[in-house]
Design a protein around this ligand. Structure first.
Ligand SMILES: NC(=O)C1=CN([C@@H]2O[C@H](COP(=O)(O)OP(=O)(O)OC[C@H]3O[C@@H](n4cnc5c(N)ncnc54)[C@H](OP(=O)(O)O)[C@@H]3O)[C@@H](O)[C@H]2O)C=CC1
Ligand SMILES: CCCCCC(=O)O
Length: 486
């Protein structure tokens, strides 16, 4: 299918509820608006799921659960592979749709389509590698048989920043493991997962296995699900505040839970680093997805002996990013997701400057519609600045200096978060020593982008629990059963 223009594409995307494989027409149901972050205009009106719709979706997921779990792994794998192939044929449509509803520059959206679809291919392969074990009991009194079974019906709550990838990173392992899944997409970006649902339907997904429930009433719709004993797992990606609240509810139901929450990644540049490589890594870690990524580098700790050279080069590179509507082919930095996000970024920058930070680039919001914020570099950021403690989720690099390795490690770990961290050094012993000392789930060594479907993604401390992707990712959707044989 050739790529469509904007209005054709928006018209082609379902805006109804995908309830257990059936499209439930909006009819006289309430709808909610999806906005274009570049203009603030309404892109589409989408059916607004109500609590009763979620319960119907759970009923369908439970009804389909046994058969889906019994489906041969190769069949589950083939379905995921078919969806991977179908999305790849419509990569341009998915990319344009994400740029329209999330705002990111088109090259970022194309990169996400490639990344997001890879989770489908990866877990189509993992589906046929699920294994238990069989061992003689050490005391010689029998045999130990360990098997893996699907957890059961799952609820996924996904964020707006990677609308496709954060959906496939949950849907693919769940279906590969033999689980059924209800997905509540972010209200800012429901269209991408509704289009994905259409692809799953075209691929022959059995009834009940997947539901996509867009809603403006996240708490009302998901609350009853989390209290229903038939639901067996929650997987969430989003803010730490919401993650904590959901974890409390999931805890009361003793649900299996995966939480991929906020981050505030340190980016440490040692005096022996290849500075040009460090600058390229810094730009990638900072401006990938416009900085709206939980893995984004936010706090740049640079050896004082090379800090001026690093900041000068970083400023030059970030100044080359063109701020504009994501659909503009020249744009490399799109708008932020909404007005609130823009206000947060403005507040954090103003607080740092008020505390003595020096603006080396940006820091001023452009006039006109849309939620645009320019690439910004702050140097000499005071230790008291909020931006060193709070996730900026925008294109702002906050730079501080250090003199010793211990100071660098202390500064890097001085955060409630623990998702990603980055270090640049030519000294392998130092790279391994510092990686061991960093309190994070992921460490990039001389690399600015760490995301890989084959690697376990996740954090510690306030960045959540559990891992997505890699061989660990499917374990989040499996229960271990021990059968004692004579
Ligand atoms: N770790 C990550 O990847 C992400 C982190 N963030 C962080 O979170 C901050 C705020 O972003 P935001 O999008 O508001 O993140 P939220 O955590 O508010 O939203 C993430 C998802 O959770 C849903 N949600 C929100 N409140 C509830 C609730 N009470 N019960 C059930 N689901 C709920 C949202 O639905 P709805 O859209 O309807 O509100 C959305 O689908 C960002 O500035 C950033 O710091 C944000 C996105 C991704
Ligand atoms: C949800 C946070 C974004 C990170 C997506 C990734 O790099 O895998």
């Amino acid at each position: 299918m050739g790529s469509m223009d904007t209005s054709e594409l928006i018209r082609s995307v379902p805006t109804d509820l995908f309830l257990g494989g059936e499209w439930v027409p909006s009819g006289n149901r309430a709808t909610f608006p999806v906005h274009d972050p570049a203009t603030g205009d309404v892109l589409a009106e989408v059916a607004d799921a109500a609590p009763e719709d979620a319960m119907r979706a759970l009923d369908a997921a439970v009804a389909a659960g046994r058969d889906w779990a019994a489906t041969p792994p190769r069949e589950r794998a083939e379905l995921l592979r078919t969806v991977w192939s179908k999305i790849s044929e419509r990569a341009d449509d998915f990319a344009l749709l994400m740029t329209l509803e999330m705002g990111k520059a088109l090259p970022e959206s194309r990169s996400e389509v490639a990344y997001g679809t890879e989770f489908l291919r990866w877990f189509s392969e993992e589906a046929v590698r699920i294994a238990g074990r069989y061992t003689p009991a050490p005391a010689g009194n029998g045999r130990i048989l360990v098997t893996k079974q699907p957890v059961g019906p799952c609820l996924a709550i996904t964020p707006w920043n990677f609308p496709l990838a954060m959906g496939t990173r949950k849907i693919a392992p769940a279906l590969a493991a033999g689980c059924t899944m209800l997905v509540k997409p972010a209200s800012e970006t429901p269209l991408t997962l509704l289009l994905l649902a259409q692809i799953f339907a075209e691929a022959g997904l059995p009834a009940g296995v997947l539901s996509v429930l867009p809603t403006s009433r996240a708490g009302d719709v998901t609350g009853p699900l989390l209290e229903d004993p038939r639901l067996r797992k929650l997987t969430f990606t989003g803010s730490t505040a919401v993650g904590r609240a959901l974890a409390e509810k999931a805890g009361r139901s003793l649900l299996r839970t995966s939480l991929e929450l906020g981050g505030n990644a340190p980016f440490v540049v040692f005096d022996d680093a290849d500075l040009d490589a460090a600058v390229e890594g810094a730009v990638a870690a900072k401006l990938r997805n416009g900085g709206e990524a939980c893995t984004a580098a936010n706090r740049f700790h640079v050896a004082n002996s090379v800090r001026e050279e690093f900041v000068t080069k970083l400023t030059e590179r970030m100044a080359s990013y063109r701020l504009g509507p994501g659909t503009d082919p020249d744009t490399t930095l799109g708008p932020l997701i909404n007005e609130n996000q823009k206000k947060t970024v403005i507040e954090l920058v103003e607080d740092a400057v008020a505390g003595g930070a020096r603006v080396r680039l940006g820091g001023e919001t452009p006039e006109g519609p849309g939620w645009f914020y320019p690439a910004t570099v702050l140097d000499d950021v005071p230790r008291s600045a909020r931006i060193l403690r709070e996730e900026v989720f925008g294109p702002v690099a906050a730079v501080t200096g250090f003199d010793t390795e211990d100071e660098a490690i202390a500064a890097a770990n001085d955060t409630e978060y623990g998702l990603a961290a980055y270090i640049f050094t030519r000294d392998l012993d130092r790279a391994l020593r510092v990686s061991d000392a960093l309190e994070s789930g992921i460490v990039g060594v001389n690399r600015g982008v760490v995301s890989d479907v084959a690697a376990p993604f996740g954090g510690i401390k306030s960045s959540g629990v559990g891992r997505e992707g890699g061989t660990e990712g499917i374990e989040e959707y499996l229960e271990t059963k021990y059968i004692a044989l004579r």
